[in-house]
Design a protein around this ligand. Structure first.
Ligand SMILES: [Zn+2]
Length: 238
């Protein structure tokens, strides 16, 4: 029989405590910028420089941000249980990597990477600004963009997400959802598929029916992480 595993699915809420400016929360970036201005392919075609600058600022802001206990909890589980821990995030920050995670599935891309518009190659750029004419280390062309999935763009990793979620039906996997509003991904549907599931958000979200989850924590991720850690380890040791 296949060993039990845990699928973590995390969103902006897990990084909010680390001071990452979130897009959807009150007082978030959308109050300063409009989505149509900075986060769509149309905007990027219209004003490439402005959109690249927007992401340059977000990338620079990331430099001094630190992971919180929730990121570190998942990193410690990965260290102890390896590939039995599946870490899927909607976040584009690098706090999981800073916490020591090595296998993170970033559904919406990564701020610390650039992408070649010719060949699709991605590469690590750290916290540096890009201006769109950097040379691709793979194909040599000079048309570079941020490696972030914008609104109305396809998220190429979604197929992998759904394949992973399908495995929840087939194997005994626990689902842990942290810090997501349920507006982007149907987390409730995923929870129904999992034999055991945990939901941790700051507050109840209208898009999530929490009755489908086995355990529900409405508090900061950094606070809930100790109990989530215990539940995960108990589940993996069964
Ligand atoms: Zn290229």
């Amino acid at each position: 029989m296949e060993q039990r595993s845990i699928v973590f699915l995390t969103g902006a809420g897990i990084s909010a405590e680390s001071g990452i400016n979130t897009f959807r929360s009150a007082g978030g970036l959308w109050e300063t910028y409009s989505i149509d201005e900075v986060c769509t392919p149309e905007a990027f075609r219209r004003n490439r420089k402005f959109v690249l600058e927007f992401y340059n600022k977000r990338r620079a802001e990331l430099h001094d941000k630190l992971p919180n206990p929730a990121h570190r909890m998942i990193a410690a589980l990965e260290k102890d249980y390896g590939s039995r821990i599946i870490n899927i995030t909607q976040n584009i920050d690098d706090l999981f990597e800073k916490a020591g995670c090595s296998a993170v599935m970033h559904l919406h891309g990564e701020l610390t990477k650039a992408r070649c518009e010719f060949c699709g190659h991605t590469w690590h750029i750290g916290y540096k600004a890009i201006y769109g004419d950097e040379q691709c280390p793979d194909c040599g062309n000079h048309k570079t963009r941020h490696h972030v999935v914008m609104f109305h763009e396809e998220a190429p990793l979604y197929w992998l997400l759904y394949a992973t979620i399908d495995r929840l039906f087939a194997t005994e996997s626990m689902l842990v959802v942290i810090g997501t509003s349920g507006q982007v991904l149907p987390v409730e549907l995923f929870a129904r598929a999992a034999p055991v599931s945990i939901l941790n958000n700051l507050d109840p979200e209208p898009a999530i029916d929490d009755r489908v989850f086995t355990h529900v924590f409405y508090e900061k991720a950094g606070v809930a992480s100790a109990r989530i850690d215990t539940l995960c380890r108990e589940y993996l040791e069964l």
